[in-house]
Design a protein around this ligand. Structure first.
Ligand SMILES: [Fe+2]
Length: 296
């Protein structure tokens, strides 16, 4: 039987922002809050769950940053860009869901304005972050259809809206050249320009989700947001959405965070969904979770 393993993870280059103390401090805090099993009380679930989701998002960006030169050397840019696009889309989708529904609903039910701070923090890096997503898409479009390189696959994530495209001044990001094919140096420099403020925000947002603050939202507000979140996430194609989650976290955590019927987890995921973008998941840390054995 073939063993499914991630591509060997490259080392961080010298001067990588992922090696800084600021980065380490936030990661330590998130890991501490994410530890253990899902809390039983709904008021305690938000901080645990959001810390796990933030670690998942940071990990995806870090891996896109690390693997970029490897993908070029191994002629696997198509799969890499597919993985990288999903990574950046996950962050985009996470923030837009918080801005559009989650935080305004917390404010509405609690009459506490604390969550509006999270939304204003998004604006310190969201243009740079969204520009990265658009850059990856533009590089995907420039890939040859087939020339010995892995074949180009149609992007599985929803396309950016025209308002989003119009709202970003792409010329303000000198490291991203939208007229040229994928450039590792520019891609990495661009990520280096916003990753620390982004990670710091992902750390400080956790302080606004303490059990005490969530208690102010109340069980009705919690139910309202969970219901919205459920329908919002179910609208995504599970071939990329579920698979990126399965391949990114240990299966025991995955089963707690995304509770699926047995047939979906054990049959649909490994046999129908995982094969669709199989090459993408070798950039994730747990591609073996996408096998029949791995979903147990
Ligand atoms: Fe968040």
């Amino acid at each position: 039987m073939t063993v499914i393993k991630s591509h060997p993870l490259p080392q961080h280059p010298e001067g990588s922002p992922f090696l800084t103390q600021e980065y380490e401090d936030v990661m330590e805090k998130l890991k501490e809050k994410a530890e253990g099993d899902q809390p039983v009380k709904w008021q305690e679930q938000w901080q645990w769950e959001m810390s796990n989701v933030h670690l998942f998002l940071i990990q995806m960006i870090e891996r896109a940053y690390l693997y970029a030169p490897y993908a070029i050397e191994t002629h696997d840019l198509s799969n890499f860009l597919g993985y990288a696009e999903i990574s950046f889309f996950q962050v985009y989708s996470h923030h837009s869901g918080e801005e559009e529904y989650i935080f305004p609903t917390f404010v509405k039910y609690s009459k506490n304005d604390i969550w509006s701070r999270n939304v204003s923090e998004h604006h310190t890096f969201d243009q740079a972050l969204d520009a990265t997503w658009l850059y990856i898409r533009s590089c995907q479009e420039k890939l040859p259809v087939a020339d010995g390189d892995s074949k180009r696959v149609k992007s599985p994530v929803p396309p950016p809206s025209s308002e989003l495209i119009k709202s970003i001044d792409l010329k303000s990001f000198p490291n991203l050249d939208f007229d040229e094919p994928f450039d590792v140096v520019g891609f990495r420099k661009h990520i280096e320009s916003f990753i620390v403020p982004l990670v710091e925000h992902l750390g400080s947002e956790i302080d606004t989700l303490t059990p005490e603050l969530m208690d102010g939202v109340g069980p009705e507000g919690d139910k309202d947001v969970r219901k919205w979140l459920d329908s919002h996430l179910k609208a995504y194609d599970p071939a990329w959405f579920l698979c990126s989650a399965f391949a990114s976290v240990p299966i025991s955590l995955c089963k707690q965070m995304i509770q699926l019927p047995f047939l979906v987890r054990r049959i649909l995921v490994p046999f129908l969904l995982a094969p669709k973008y199989r090459g993408y998941w070798l950039y994730a840390p747990y591609p073996e979770n996408l096998t029949f054995k791995g979903t147990a």
